[in-house]
Design a protein. Structure first.
Ligand code: 9MR
Length: 876
């Protein structure tokens, strides 16, 4: 009877599909059976919007090759019986996943072997919309699969989770896994190394991961190139109990707690990988514990632990946490950062918590946001509720087989229970470090107190609220009675000053709108009236300029340069070396070396291109983006190597020439014209505290230190209005000033959601704040908007630039007018007031508004300290 009903339902569904009607099925203990012997070319699919009413269960059975992608809603239960390789929760063809935002029910995932009994795995495959995610991504919002965001999910014995892409982010509100289940990353082995991350816990609940977490097998062992990683979110506690995990993409505890509670004794005996295994690159940490989060347990962690937050060995007042890899015997280190702490619980001499590292304990002064800190790491011991500590009891809290590294530079601040008196013994002998404490008296002692004044609390800058913005009122405050007009074209304001500041725009591509061909059109006029700098959106890229080897086509680029000259605009060149918009004769996709160039050949190709391109325009192009977007999105490396950076792997330039293609590109460009400025351009490097921002700085610094002719970096600024911080942008710019590099904004667009007046106002504020950072920093001469109107902007539908589809100035445009007007009015006022009488006293120091000491007067406002003690603002 039930089957009849289901058949009817299916027939109805098929009919509705055929008619193009999307039906809503009210599931009331229903079964959707998608079982057939499907093949890779005939997927069975279900995509009808479905509500699972509270109290009811929707059961879905699949064979292999199934696409299950209904929009789901309701609070009922979903039972997924997954057939072998593979049940997509989404569509395999376009890599999409459905919207389950309004489905808040419970989900059980079981294996289903009735139809295909011999498959590699039985489980759900998660799509990513083709987006790559990495855990330190500056802008992860749209890159994470949020299908299970609002669900509690159980992965049952025999079932698996896998991801469709190797660099994936999959968020699950709550996940429990049974022993015998498996969490994979990408389900196939392949040559490129990537990590798929499961972001678990945003529902703030507790859960247990008893199943195995390890990537797909290759030659009988988990393949580290298709790594799987865990990101712990939310306030709850997640307990890992499997004894053969290989979490080669590492566990990152952002919030809450993770307990590693595998059976360490058995792992030791049988040489199992244990609670975590090691990171794919065993020199990298396998666990990162961030500020406010905790790692604990009584199992073993088979790699290094990077500690910004708390380590709380043991569980429920007992047990030892081991940093040991019993499978490989490699030494596992603990890296403690300023502000980190280790917590121990004491009951009596036989019941207390402790930790043992097979490696060393190391100190890194880097804070979580990559700045430097001073606070010493703490060891805190507390008495448990049922403590029975006796005089003479000794507690060995920490053992590190390879000692405490750089012991002279740092030490633990040790905080012991005040109720008793203690003796602390830090033995550093035979290359080992052992910290033990002995109760010497049951009388109150004096070792307690966490508020030691010497232990300066480092404020890292991760949280915006921690930061103080500078007072910019002297530069951007309204000036009463000024003669500087309101509502002028943007460039007119700059032209009232003796300044090298330029405001720029990317000119639409010839294939959307040919600006040079119609200089008096509204679009062209908006460009030439408002901007004194322009950049070709596409016409100076390699595929346009050198469509065949040594066959140069400068036509469209020449037209643009001529147009710019006619309009008294400067030109910036974009871009000489990039992995995109590469002509096919170099590489079909810009990533792979399908033409089999040798390093020497590709260097020669690059040199020829750069030299001819730069010489063609001479100094009519005042600066070039020499290398564009060469950094990888995943810059987790800077956590362990403060000077590190990771280059993009999928680039023909990186693959064939190697890292020094960057050095060479700058040298070739400089030789072709030593009078122009050369930039390294990239995205997602705008805000301090972000891994990729640090990576770009590290790469630029490396080039600068080596004497490579680099003048600065370009921050693209493809941003979202909701995700902006003026102080963090300002900090980034200033950091480059310290090493003598410019830092400019090269491709600004500010995406908003819809174009309501509140969104437009938010966007206007962001544009204004970017402009303020531009104007007040001497090493930031240029600010360039990426596109002239919302119609031609590459971020379609995001209303991201200054003019709307009808070429009317938006609130953002008006905000820039106001910011520029205030700036100019303030400059002029300061010039006229201050420029008069500094004859009385000698000048003893000159600074820019950011407080940086200047060796010579700089354009704009200078703060001058006179020998008679007065301080003046003067304008140059
Ligand atoms: O705006 C450009 C768009 O018209 C092109 O189709 C695209 C091709 O990759 O490039 C866009 O510009 C990019 C710029 O050259 C480099 N940074 C990112 C920009 C937006 O994608």
């Amino acid at each position: 009877m039930l089957n009849m009903q289901i058949m009817k339902k299916q027939l109805l569904t098929i009919l509705m599909f055929a008619l193009g009607v999307s039906a809503q099925v009210w599931a009331d203990d229903k079964l959707i059976d998608l079982c057939e012997k499907n093949t890779s070319s005939t997927y069975k699919e279900y995509g009808t919007a479905t509500t699972i009413a509270a109290g009811s269960t929707l059961t879905v059975r699949t064979a292999r090759y199934t696409d299950f992608y209904p929009t789901l809603s309701g609070k009922g239960n979903l039972e997924l019986y997954c057939g072998g390789e593979r049940t997509y929760l989404g569509k395999h063809s376009d890599k999409s996943y459905p919207n389950w935002t309004n489905f808040t029910g419970h989900v059980d995932i079981y294996p289903y072997k009735a139809v295909e009994g011999n498959c590699g795995f039985y489980g759900a495959v998660m799509n990513t919309n083709g987006k790559s995610y990495s855990p330190e991504d500056a802008n992860p919002t749209s890159k994470i699969n949020v299908l299970f965001n609002n669900n509690k999910v159980v992965l049952h014995e025999g079932a698996a989770f896998a991801t469709e892409k190797s660099a994936a982010g999959i968020r699950i509100g709550e996940l429990n896994t049974e022993a015998g289940s498996r969490m994979y990353g990408y389900y196939k082995s392949q040559s490129a190394t990537s990590t798929a991350y499961y972001l678990l816990g945003c529902l703030h609940t507790d859960a247990t991961l008893a199943g195995r977490i390890a990537s797909v097998e290759k030659n009988g062992a988990p393949d580290a190139t298709q790594a799987v990683g865990i990101v712990k979110e939310g306030k709850g506690t997640y307990t890992l109990t499997a004894n053969d995990n290989q979490i080669s993409g590492a566990i990152r505890i952002n919030e809450g707690k993770v307990l590693i509670n595998n059976d360490a004794a058995t792992a030791r005996k049988k040489k199992y990988t244990g609670g975590t295994g090691s990171a794919g690159n065993a020199s990298m940490p396998v666990a990162y514990v961030f500020k406010g989060a905790t790692l604990g347990g009584n199992g073993n962690i088979g790699g290094h632990v990077d500690l910004y937050g708390s380590l709380m060995p043991g569980d429920e007042g007992q047990g030892t946490l081991y940093l040991a890899n019993y499978a490989t015997s490699a030494a596992c280190h603990l890296i403690v950062h300023p502000g980190s702490s280790m917590h121990f619980s004491l009951t009596d001499a036989s019941a207390y918590t402790s930790m043992e590292a097979s490696g060393s304990i190391q100190f890194s002064s880097m804070l979580q946001d990559f700045t430097e800190g001073k606070t010493q790491p703490q060891v805190v011991a507390t008495l448990s509720e049922n403590q029975q500590v006796k005089e003479g009891d000794t507690f060995t809290l920490i053992k590190a087989a390879k000692g405490r590294q750089n012991a002279a530079d740092w030490k633990f601040k040790i905080v012991l229970p005040e109720q008793l008196t203690w003796d602390v013994n830090e033995a550093e002998e035979n290359g080992q470090y052992v910290l033990s404490v002995t109760c010497t008296s049951l009388n109150q002692g004096s070792q307690g107190g966490e508020d030691d004044k010497d232990n300066v609390d480092d404020k890292d800058n991760v949280d915006d609220k921690d930061e103080e913005d500078e007072d910019d009122s002297a530069m951007f405050g309204e000036v009463a009675g000024t003669t500087v007009q309101k509502g002028m074209f943007l460039r007119k304001y700059l032209e009232m000053l003796d300044t090298d500041k330029r405001i720029g725009v990317a000119v639409p591509s010839t294939w959307t709108y040919n600006v040079p061909a119609s200089p008096s059109s509204t679009v062209s006029k908006n460009i030439s009236n408002n901007f004194n700098l322009c950049v070709a959106e596409n016409e100076m890229k390699i595929d346009q300029i050198e469509p065949s080897q040594n066959g140069f086509n400068f036509g469209a680029a020449n037209d643009l340069v001529q147009y710019a000259q006619n309009q008294r605009m400067a030109v910036r060149g974009h871009t000489l070396v990039w992995h995109q918009q590469v002509p096919e004769w170099i590489s079909k996709d810009g990533k792979n070396n399908d033409k089999k160039w040798t390093r020497e050949q590709l260097l020669e190709i690059m040199k020829n291109h750069i030299t001819k391109c730069v010489k063609q325009f001479g100094s009519k192009v005042m600066e070039w983006d020499v290398v564009n977007e060469t950094l990888d999105d995943d810059q987790s490396i800077v956590r362990t190597n403060p000077n590190g950076y990771q280059l993009r792997k999928e680039s023909v330039w990186v693959k064939v020439i190697g890292e020094d293609f960057i050095d060479s590109a700058f040298v070739y460009a400089h030789r072709a014209n030593p009078n122009i400025k050369l930039y390294l351009n990239d995205y997602d490097c705008e805000f301090s505290g972000v891994a990729k921002t640090t990576a770009l700085y590290n790469l630029a610094k490396r080039l600068k230190d080596k004497g490579v002719p680099i003048d600065g970096v370009g921050l693209q600024c493809h941003l979202k209005a909701n995700n902006f911080s003026k102080p963090k942008l300002n900090q980034t710019v200033k950091r480059y000033a310290e090493i003598g590099l410019n830092c400019i904004f090269t491709e600004i667009d500010i995406a908003i959601t819809g174009n309501s007046s509140s969104e437009l106002t938010k966007q206007a504020e962001v544009f204004s704040q970017i402009a303020q950072v531009w104007l007040k920093n001497d090493n930031c001469p240029h600010m360039v908007v990426w596109g002239i109107n919302d119609k031609f902007s590459w971020v379609s539908g995001s209303h991201a630039v200054l003019f709307d589809e009808n070429n009317t100035g938006k609130p953002a445009y008006k905000a820039l007018q106001t910011t520029l007007r205030n700036y100019v009015a303030n400059m002029k006022q300061q010039t006229s007031v201050e420029g008069v009488d500094n004859a009385n006293a000698a000048e003893v120091g000159r600074y820019n508004l950011s407080g940086l000491r200047l060796t010579a007067p700089a354009h704009g406002v200078n703060i001058v300290r006179m020998s008679n003690g007065t301080v003046k603002k003067v304008m140059k």
